[in-house]
Design a protein around this ligand. Structure first.
Ligand code: HPA
Length: 240
């Protein structure tokens, strides 16, 4: 059965490279395509979720936005893995640090993604599933980041369903479990990868520190985003 186009992606499997980089923001996707890829061609823009395929150092790479939150990345990553033959998805996003020793602009590679969402309940596992990154993607990204001189932490992150939470005590409890930072997508991406027997990694730049109150300026966000994208693109082209 032909499962494409879908209501969310108006493209064919051939339009996609085997590795897709996923920023949350569609404008970031456009920025990467126009500034960092060669010959980038628009392959999807349903709901303005811009997707482009081009080449980086001669190798084919796709960049497509995920939107915000687990329901949104859940839809796109499910379709890419199961209907569009994509093997690797690398999320490139921002996160709020929960550790005073992690500075703004540092990079966190999410070896695991804990969550307060019920995304895993669909699998009826009767326990707690550990949503983890692909080791190969994590190892390659870590090697590339450290070779570039980036400050790079590896650890467990929290994928949260809420940005504005009524439960003001929750962050401290997650911090006590060693959670490095909070974002809103990695756990769903990792679960979809596990279920489809594919590969995923979340590379996160720290945009703010929830403990110290430190925040990045717009200019710092752009520079650190570009640094993170270079790490993600180098990781992507090592996969073929
Ligand atoms: N919470 C969730 N997602 C985020 C945050 C945060 O504090 N900062 C950047 N992305």
């Amino acid at each position: 059965m032909k499962n494409y186009p879908t209501p969310h992606i108006n493209a064919t499997p051939d339009d996609f490279a085997k590795t897709v980089l996923m920023p949350g923001d569609p404008l970031r996707s456009e920025f990467i395509a126009k500034n960092m890829l060669e010959g980038a061609k628009l392959i999807n823009n349903v709901r303005s979720i811009n997707g482009y395929t081009g080449t980086y150092k001669g190798k084919r790479v796709t960049v497509m936005a995920s939107g915000m939150g687990m329901p949104s990345i859940g839809i796109y990553s499910y379709e890419l893995y199961n209907f569009f033959n994509v093997d690797n998805i690398i999320r490139v996003g921002t996160a709020g640090a929960l550790d005073e020793n992690i500075n703004i602009r540092d990079i966190v590679l999410a070896i695991g993604a804990s969550t307060n969402s019920a995304f895993a309940s669909q699998y009826n596992l009767g326990g707690t599933f550990s949503a983890t990154a692909s080791y190969t993607l994590l190892r390659d990204a870590h090697d590339i980041a450290t070779n570039k001189g980036a400050v790079c932490h590896i650890g467990n992150v929290l994928s949260s369903d809420t940005f504005y939470s009524a439960d003001t005590a929750a962050n401290e409890k997650w911090r006590q479990m060693g959670i490095k930072c909070i974002e809103m997508e990695a756990a769903a991406l990792y679960m979809n990868a596990a279920r489809a027997k594919k590969n995923a990694l979340a590379i996160l730049t720290i945009s703010d520190n929830i403990i110290t109150g430190a925040q990045t300026s717009a200019e710092e966000r752009q520079t650190s985003f570009t640094d993170m994208m270079e790490i993600a693109l180098e990781t992507a082209i090592k996969q073929s």
